[in-house]
Write a protein that binds this ligand. Structure first.
Ligand code: NIG
Ligand code: FE
Length: 404
């Protein structure tokens, strides 16, 4: 039995496996057992998979069907917010000064330590709802506002419980090395991450990736190597916040240890970009962070020139408070000068690579997961062209309409 037929779409647009983009006018998609069984012109697809035989059907007349978005970098579980720091930054305060004065990440750590696991689950579920409304069907969520075993575990457990209760696929990342807590120094804290947190997190199978904030004034390249290699020994795949404010060498480390992704990359040089490409590390650019910090954007065109495809993500966190991949795509175009086709690729299949989902996630084709969105736009160009609004209307996860 067919679960779902989406038909009559003005356009079905999808990245292809060979790096291109495929567009079908008057298109349709059929899904069975949560997996795509046909993509093509409506008359062809519905001849084989008639709507009347399907459990559900969506008429997408005048609209565009795309793969569900993949958001491969968020810090979406935390308590409290930092709206007042937002206002302070607008008056000139700097992100790193706020952090050094005990604000920023450390303030969110204090709030998150105090919050119950249930509160974290409830707030994360509400945030996942907003992500879903803007087309996200798979998201990565990091810990890192605990900085002690107990709270890092609480965060990862909250991620796991929210994942069980929400249609979005949630990929958990352990990021104990997000900042140095104020009761210790950096070297001693790295010992705790490696000797206490990593073993506890992995013994309970709470994470798939390990991440670190490799940055001047936070963790060095040596610290990062130590944590990420220890993570690998415990079965966690490495990710790294690299070369954001200063070019410390995080990209080169990512290439050296075979990280799944390297993220931020505002200071990356041509040599860094080549190294990432050669080592098959997916670069993740976070235009929302640059937008909210009012800094320059990462140089997406340099990656494009080197033929190294980039992913984009929201980086949703208390300092970059946007759950919307629609907005990330708009910023990729309007801020980083990517074409709509490249931005959509970055938000789908390349984003899936950044979290090691290489089963066809982010591509509409036979045997891919049945994750798609219907946007109220006549073609994919209109998605970033019509910015600042919610274009996504219907969201399908594994063949089920989860939002309409
Ligand atoms: O990716 N850079 C470190 N982590 C986050 C910010 C987290 C925060 O400010 O709470 C980021 O931008
Ligand atoms: Fe981040």
């Amino acid at each position: 039995m067919t679960d779902l037929v989406v038909h009559n779409a003005a356009q079905v647009t999808t990245p292809t496996d060979d790096g291109g983009m495929m567009t079908t006018q008057d298109g349709a998609v059929a899904i069975e057992d949560g997996v795509i069984v046909a993509v093509g012109p409506t008359d062809e697809v519905t001849r084989e998979y008639p709507e009347e035989n399907a459990t559900d059907a969506v008429d997408a007349a005048g609209k565009t069907v795309l793969p569900g978005f993949v958001d491969p970098h968020t810090h979406a579980v935390f308590a409290g917010d930092r709206a007042d720091e937002f206002t302070a930054k607008l008056k000139g305060a700097e992100y790193q000064d706020i952090l050094e004065e005990g604000g920023g990440i450390l303030r969110t750590v204090r709030a998150t330590r105090e919050a119950s696991r249930d509160r974290l689950v409830e707030s994360l579920l509400a945030r996942l709802d907003v992500m879903l409304a803007h087309g996200t069907t798979t998201v990565e969520v990091k810990s890192g506002y605990g900085l002690d075993v107990e709270t890092e575990m609480k965060m990862l457990e909250a991620i796991g419980e929210a994942a069980d209760r929400h249609p979005i696929d949630v990929v958990p990342t352990f990021m104990g090395a997000h900042a140095v807590p104020d009761d210790t120094d950096t070297d001693a804290y790295i010992d705790r991450v490696v000797e206490e947190q990593l073993p506890a997190v992995t013994a309970n199978d709470l994470a798939e990736f390990c991440d670190i904030f490799c940055e001047a004034g936070v963790f060095s390249v040596d610290h990062s190597r130590r944590v990420l290699e220890a993570g690998q020994e415990h079965g966690l795949k490495p990710k790294i916040h690299a070369d954001e404010f200063e070019r410390l060498g995080g990209s080169q480390l990512a290439a050296d240890i075979g990280a799944t992704s390297a993220d931020h990359l505002l200071q990356s040089t041509e040599a860094d970009i080549t190294a990432l490409g050669e080592a098959n590390v997916t670069p993740v650019l976070l235009p929302g962070t640059a937008f909210s910090l009012a800094t320059d954007y990462a140089d997406a065109t340099a990656f494009e020139a080197a033929d190294v495809p980039v992913a984009i993500a929201t980086d949703f966190n208390p300092n970059c408070y946007s759950q919307s991949m629609e907005f990330a795509i708009e910023l990729a175009c309007n801020g980083m000068r990517m074409s709509p086709a490249s931005a959509i690729r970055s938000a789908t299949v390349t984003a899936a690579n950044a979290i090691d989902r290489t089963d066809g996630t982010g591509i509409l084709r036979e045997n891919s997961p049945g994750d798609l969105i219907v946007a109220d736009v006549p073609d994919y160009q209109h998605l970033p062209y019509n910015f600042g609004v919610q274009n996504v209307q219907t969201v399908v996860k594994r063949g089920e309409v989860v939002r309409h």
